[in-house]
Design a protein around this ligand. Structure first.
Ligand code: GLN
Length: 476
């Protein structure tokens, strides 16, 4: 196996037994970036530091010592530009590292660069980047999903061993599914968002994109934990997630939401996911059909709540404090011109949708109603998790579609139908590859758990991964 194909776990093992050293690892991934990046375009910024400089700066003795990771370009880094793939933040250099970056560096991880995304994380294909779309390593004519598309592609293409993304309505899991990697959205509150540029604060959560389930647990160990600087961060005992990496699902009660499978979606995706359900059943899990609130309601609530919060969060980008500023004769036209020129079409649409939903006269009809729907969905999940350990579904209704495919807006938003309910309820979920469609594109399998149920999710995902033992790799 080539160095760039190895997981973080494999790299650490090889270092432990003396087969590789950190310099070999960093050089191998650098070379891989040079080899494929002009075709994939996963990054907005690649670290300009020499390997010798990285080695000199790196913390030693940590859990991720010498492992190169990529970070979505909406997380603040003190030594690299942070753009959110938006013109409005071009040239913005944060004065500090996000909490997750501090944790990664403390454990010896090396930040290889900042990855492409849909502008301000709004979208599901990375085509909304103000700069360029990222291309899918499995087929360069296809999208990578989004919004953490650059992170998913960088892992799939072997440019880094692992990456971080953020998930507001599916932005870690859906690109993981499109690129054939593992993507985990932790429980709301498990990972500090200090230094993450906010999209929708009641939904945003940071999580890992990795080559396998074990690495997901490994990185979760590093990034989860209490942080006073994020008021939504939970103060609790965090388990060692690596302890759940064992092949055992006997007696695990898994619910299959009937309403999810009633949605009109790709038949090949359905077949691949159902085959995996059988694999879990053979491995000893107890699989039963259950009833949830139709995912359409979560989607409708999401597309009110997320834009409402975005309209407020994005008010800070006014040309005064961050990034680019357009020239104008007075302050008020400077604000207007900076925002008109700096934000892309989808971001402006969300700001307007959100402002509308929050304005007097509409607040009760839209925002308040969406919040009530949110409570019903949360309660129904809680009720189900009193009888079931986990719920499973496809991650996305389709595999990766073609770049530039004409899709109307409602169709684009509907692509989030299986991922959004998880954020609405604040629960954790993983997407792992479970097979391929007839075009050779990866299919993702989603496992959802109760609040703080990451352990059971990882255990079940690990079992399925071992049983399926998928060996295909993208050819680049
Ligand atoms: N695709 C969804 C949206 O456009 C989710 C994005 C995300 O999770 N950041 O809002």
């Amino acid at each position: 196996m080539k160095i760039y194909e190895m997981s973080a776990g494999e790299l650490l093992d090889k270092k432990e037994n003396g087969e590789l050293d950190t310099e070999d690892i960093l050089n191998a991934f650098r070379e891989r970036i040079d080899e494929v990046e002009d075709r994939v375009r996963a990054f907005i910024t690649v670290s300009e530091k020499e390997v010798s400089e990285e080695l000199a700066e790196m913390e030693t003795g940590g859990e991720l010592e010498g492992i190169p990771l990529a970070v979505k370009d909406n997380m603040s880094t003190a030594d690299m530009e942070t753009t959110c793939a938006s013109k409005i933040l071009q040239g913005y250099n944060p004065p500090y590292d996000a909490a997750v970056i501090e944790q990664i560096r403390k454990q010896g991880g090396v930040i290889a660069g900042k990855t492409n995304l849909d502008e301000f994380a709004m979208g599901s294909s990375t085509e909304n980047s103000a700069f360029y779309p990222t291309r899918n390593p499995w087929n360069l004519d296809h999208v990578v999903g989004g919004s953490s598309g650059g992170s998913a592609a960088a892992v799939a293409a072997g440019e880094v061993a692992a990456a971080l993304g953020s998930d507001t309505g599916g932005s870690i899991r859906q690109p993981a599914s499109f690129c054939g990697v593992v993507g985990m959205k932790p429980t709301y509150g498990n990972v500090s968002r200090y230094g993450l540029i906010a999209f929708a604060s009641s939904l945003d959560q940071i999580g890992p994109l990795t080559r396998n389930v074990e690495d997901s647990a490994r990185i979760l160990n590093v990034i989860s934990g209490h942080d006073k600087r994020d008021t939504t961060s939970v103060d609790r005992e965090f388990p060692d997630y690596m302890e759940f990496i064992k092949e055992d699902v006997s007696g695990m009660k898994i619910g299959v939401p009937r309403e999810y499978f009633a949605v009109d979606f790709d038949k090949e995706v359905e077949k691949t996911v159902k085959d995996s359900l059988e694999v879990l059943q053979e491995a000893g899990a107890q699989i039963e059909e259950v009833s949830v609130i139709e995912p359409e309601y979560a989607l409708a609530a999401y597309y009110i709540i997320a834009p409402a919060e975005a309209s407020s969060n994005l008010a800070r980008f006014d040309g005064v404090r961050y990034g680019s500023r357009s020239a104008a004769e007075d302050v008020s036209s400077m604000f207007t011109r900076t925002r008109s020129e700096g934000f892309g079409e989808e971001v402006k649409r969300r700001i307007m949708l959100g402002t509308y939903a929050l304005s007097s006269g509409y607040y009760d009809d839209y925002y308040l109603k969406a919040q009530k729907v949110r409570t019903l969905i949360k309660d129904r999940f809680a009720e189900l998790f009193s009888g079931y350990d986990l719920l499973v579904s496809p991650t996305s209704p389709s595999t990766a579609f073609k770049i530039g495919a004409e899709k109307d807006l409602m169709e684009q938003y509907r692509a989030d139908i299986f991922t959004v309910p998880v954020n609405i309820a604040g629960i954790p979920a993983i997407s792992l590859p479970c097979g391929f469609d007839s075009q050779g594109l990866p299919v993702g399998f989603q496992i959802m758990g109760p609040h703080y149920g990451e352990g059971a999710i990882l255990q079940t995902a690990y079992t399925l991964e071992q049983k399926l033992n998928l060996e295909q790799k993208p050819e680049l």
